[in-house]
Design a protein around this ligand. Structure first.
Ligand code: ZN
Length: 466
């Protein structure tokens, strides 16, 4: 009965949805300089104003929380459900071919533009679901609130600010990921380790090493310079290391030094097995070379023992562990800088539900400190909402009913927008197997997926609030 009314209501609403997505995507809402009422810059603030305007036009109650977060409410009753989306976007980047990033267009059932999938399309679908419940006149005993953040892509300072002042709802989902439900997110350990030494006089010696681009990217490139060895001296060792690591090396002579460039395969730090780490490959090679004894040489040997090539589970550190819900601990050695008198490095480890500070942070710290490194870092807790909660069961039931696909709970090594929200899960809006070019060029959303999401959300709002 409810399903038929919802289907009938949405039959002619696609143009409304497309128009709303276009209005939001036309605004460049990448982070900018803070201004009064615009804590994350004028772009996110303008997108928030536009979204609140749409909410008001659609009969919802709009509130601007000082430019951090916008809210659209159905009524003034107690909140039973929060739907949490965001209006900021990552920078456009290069390589757009279908349309410029902030000039959204529809082509072949897809809508293209920065933010169409992440996360303005899903925000528009959520607002349309609210409008449906309102227009259908379903009697409600509770409220649903769509919360629209403005800082998800660069730190989530928006919802930290909001939830420091306002209560959580008993149930929250964020349509900022994919279907079906993500109810488990690993915790994280991202320490920084350092070590210093007196400059080494004897040759051959390492002069510098640069590896990595971001703490959360397994690096595909790294380079180093050695003094006192020619590229012809290094090549036989490099061939051997390539044979058992798959990392390839190229060489150049620069300023009397032999520069070694290591090439592996980059990957997201949460999925290190998908890559081949150029830093650890390069360290492996440097440890094979006949470098003279000294501080740099000793530090490289110790690093090679603590974070050896191919160890993406933290086995050498003694922190490898797994449980059936979130899976194994993963580890990506992501940043390393070495100069004549010291080094600084970072790894990004994603830890499962069984990880504690005692069996993870403290063990890794002790292993590094035992070899003379300074080690600093905090361990972020994992997030888990039970799969057998009424809320999650409701989401999965409606998902199966509307899509005809199997509903199931998934675990991720990355964090979602609800990582710090008790009872929160990620739900929608892209369907399994569809590539939205998230954060890349030609980002797009399938309009039929957004419409299907809006219908499902409307039914779920009724389930939770009627
Ligand atoms: Zn997002």
């Amino acid at each position: 009965m409810e399903r038929e009314r919802i289907e009938a209501y949405f039959a002619d609403k696609e143009p409304l949805l497309i128009d709303a997505v276009k209005r939001l995507v036309s605004i460049d809402s990448t982070e900018g300089e803070p201004a009064p009422g615009a804590p994350f810059g004028p772009g996110p603030a303008a997108a928030l104003d536009e979204a609140l305007k749409i909410a008001a036009e659609w009969g919802l109650i709009p509130t601007n929380h000082e430019g951090y977060v916008g809210a659209a409410d159905l009524n003034d009753k107690e909140d039973a459900l929060h739907i949490l989306g965001h209006l900021d976007v990552v920078g456009p980047g290069e390589g757009w071919t279908v349309t410029p990033p902030f000039s959204p267009i529809v082509s072949d059932g897809l809508i293209y533009g920065r933010g169409t999938d992440d996360d303005k399309g899903p925000v528009a679908a959520s607002l349309l679901a609210m409008k449906a419940v309102k227009d259908l006149g379903v009697p409600l005993t509770k409220n649903c609130k769509v919360l629209m953040g403005t800082n998800e892509e660069s730190g989530s300072g928006d919802i930290a600010w909001y939830f420091a002042r306002h209560p959580f709802a008993p149930a929250t989902f964020t349509p900022d990921s994919g279907f079906p439900v993500i109810n488990t997110e690993k915790g994280a350990l991202r320490p920084t380790f350092t070590r210093s030494w007196p400059e080494q006089a004897g040759l051959p010696r390492l002069r510098w090493l640069h590896g990595g681009i971001r703490f959360n990217v397994l690096p595909g490139d790294a380079s180093a310079a050695v003094e006192g060895l020619t590229m012809y001296d290094v090549q036989p060792f490099a061939r051997k290391v390539t044979a058992h690591t798959g990392i390839t090396f190229t060489f150049a002579s620069e300023d009397g030094l032999t520069v070694i460039r290591a090439k592996g395969t980059g990957s997201h730090a949460a999925f290190p097995q998908g890559g081949n780490n150029a830093i650890t490959g390069l360290v492996t090679l440097l440890c094979e070379l006949p470098l003279a004894p000294g501080g740099a040489r000793a530090a490289l040997d110790d690093l090679n023992a603590l974070l050896p090539h191919g160890d993406y589970e933290g086995r050498a550190l003694g922190i490898a562990q797994e449980e059936p819900v979130a899976g194994p601990l993963t580890l990506a050695f992501s940043l390393l800088e070495v100069n004549d008198t010291g080094l600084k490095g970072t790894f990004d480890s994603r830890v499962p539900l069984c990880a504690t500070e005692d069996n993870c942070l403290k063990v890794a710290k002790a292993a590094f400190e035992a070899k003379g490194f300074t080690f600093e870092g905090v361990q972020q807790k994992p997030h888990h909402t039970p799969a057998d909660s009424d809320f999650v069961k409701t989401l999965l039931r409606r998902y199966e009913e509307y899509t005809g696909l199997k509903g199931e709970c998934l675990s991720t090594g990355g964090g979602t927008y609800v990582h710090d929200i008790p009872g929160g899960v990620a739900f929608g809006c892209s369907m399994p197997g569809f590539d939205t070019h998230l954060h890349g060029a030609d980002e797009c959303a399938r309009i039929s997926d957004l419409m299907l999401s809006a219908k499902m959300f409307a039914h779920i709002i009724i389930d939770m609030c009627a």
